[in-house]
Write a protein that binds this ligand. Structure first.
Ligand code: PHE
Length: 450
């Protein structure tokens, strides 16, 4: 018998799960290294503007599509535009989520590797060069990298197969606040190292001469990546939401939390980068190299490092769950009897797709497609092409295919007033968001340079 569609058990549960999807590698791992490679403060400012004026309205649009249809990422588009191919937005979102989760699980694996290293005490007392060397040699080992990626995927599958409500909802409510506290401790240490001024200046002082058109695209991609917007993941999550929930409020809370975590990550990393003499443009290893060095300079540093890595791992899991959930939801179409089987099969396929990415820093480091390793290519494709493209399609779809009355009805649920806010959101989603995304794309392919 077909079971009833699940719902979040509480308001807070939804908020934590959606914030859990948003907050993950994007804000904690990717953000500092992209700031580092894209020139610092100016990038941060552009990222902030994109997050507020493009990411936030997009998040709200996904919420409205999801809650308005109460359907999975493919059926949702069919509900509003029956008999058309707008459902390609959902199909593309699902394929993109597979690609993203495949390389996401590799980085999730790195956190597991670091956790094991930290517990066994091998991360304390090294010098600067040794921290970089350790990272490079750990992730270059094919067995270790693939095994860790497998463990990460396995845990993701086990939880999603169960249905996310009970475990994730409840655990997120404790883990998310704990992550904030762990960051604060880290920042205090980072800001009390010698010579923090340079790091703060690099991170927060906007020097626009260092900003390239590529960096602007990266800032746009980063704002979507960090909010889980563009793949219809948030369509799926909000489809489990009751009609009473105030969507603009939830979207705003998630965006603020996400900006806050990005800010904390930058404040924790950059003072230490400059103070220890690391390079801000070190790339994907930045966090893994700098963090242990900072913790090593604290009393009980390794205990804190283990706690921090655990929370970081958890934040990464809650994002991975959402990436797997969108696929499972679209295939099972709410029929929970199929959930287990579908989760295992799709999870294992994604694990296999991710293996070349796991080997990209070792045996496959010379294997390049379009000049990039499988790891870099998947990241680039998702962050800078698929996410903005998905967001652009959703921004076009929403005002075109959903009647304004229905949009307003979903927008205003749970609040009083809000007409002006709605008009502002509508303006943003209808004109500003699509135009801005198109301009950023055209800028990157060089249309504005002659
Ligand atoms: N927002 C997640 C993170 O920052 C990644 C993600 C992107 C998850 C897109 C779902 C969809 O880690």
């Amino acid at each position: 018998m077909k079971q009833q569609r699940e719902q979040w058990s509480s308001k807070l549960g939804f908020l934590m799960a959606a914030a859990g999807s948003a907050i993950g590698l994007g804000a904690i791992w990717k953000f500092p290294y992209v700031v580092g490679t894209s020139g610092g403060g100016a990038f941060f400012l552009i990222f902030l503007l994109f997050t507020l004026f493009i990411g936030l309205p997009m998040l709200l649009a996904e919420f409205i599509i999801g809650r308005g249809s109460q359907k999975d990422a493919i059926t949702a588009y069919r509900t509003f535009a029956p008999g058309t191919r707008w459902d390609l937005i959902g199909i593309m979102g699902i394929i993109s989520s597979c690609i993203l989760l495949a390389f996401y699980s590799v980085v999730g694996g790195w956190i597991i590797i670091y956790l094991v290293e930290a517990i066994s005490g091998r991360l304390s007392g090294l010098d600067k060069g040794e921290y970089s060397h350790l990272f490079n040699s750990l992730i270059a080992n094919p067995t270790v990298a693939v095994a860790a990626q497998f463990v990460f995927m396995l845990i993701t599958i086990l939880i999603v197969a169960k249905g996310v409500q009970k475990g994730i909802e409840r655990a997120s409510q404790i883990m998310m606040p704990a992550l904030f506290i762990a960051f604060i401790i880290l920042i205090i240490r980072s800001l009390t190292l010698s010579d923090v001024g340079e790091g703060i200046k690099f991170f927060l002082y906007p020097n626009f001469s260092s900003l390239s058109s590529k960096a602007i695209l990266y800032a746009l991609g980063q704002s979507f990546f960090a909010l889980s917007v563009g793949f219809s993941v948030m369509v799926t999550y909000s489809s489990y939401l009751s009609k009473k929930e105030n969507l603009p409020k939830s979207a705003t809370i998630i965006v603020i939390m996400n900006i806050f975590i990005s800010l904390l990550a930058g404040l924790a990393i950059f003072p230490a980068v400059f103070s220890f003499g690391f390079k801000p443009a070190a790339g994907p290893g930045l966090l893994f190299v700098v963090l242990p060095a900072v913790f090593d300079k604290m009393p009980f540093g390794m205990v804190f490092l283990v706690i921090f890595l655990l929370l970081f791992l958890f934040a990464t899991f809650t994002s991975a769950f959402s990436l797997l959930e969108i696929i499972v939801a679209a295939i099972t179409k709410g029929d929970n009897t199929k959930r287990k089987k579908v989760t295992w099969i799709t999870g294992m396929i994604i694990f296999i797709i991710g293996i070349p990415s796991a080997l990209s820093y070792g045996v496959l480091s010379d294997f390049k497609i379009f000049g990039k390793t499988p790891f870099d290519l998947s990241d680039y494709l998702c962050s800078n092409i698929l996410l903005p493209l998905g967001a652009l399609s959703i921004a076009i779809f929403t005002p075109l295919k959903i009647p304004r009355k229905k949009l307003w009805e979903e927008f205003k649920a749970g609040m009083t007033g809000g007409r002006r806010l709605f008009a502002l959101w509508f303006l943003l989603i209808r004109y500003i968001v699509p135009i801005a995304i198109i301009i950023v794309f055209l800028d990157v392919i060089g249309v504005f340079k002659w």
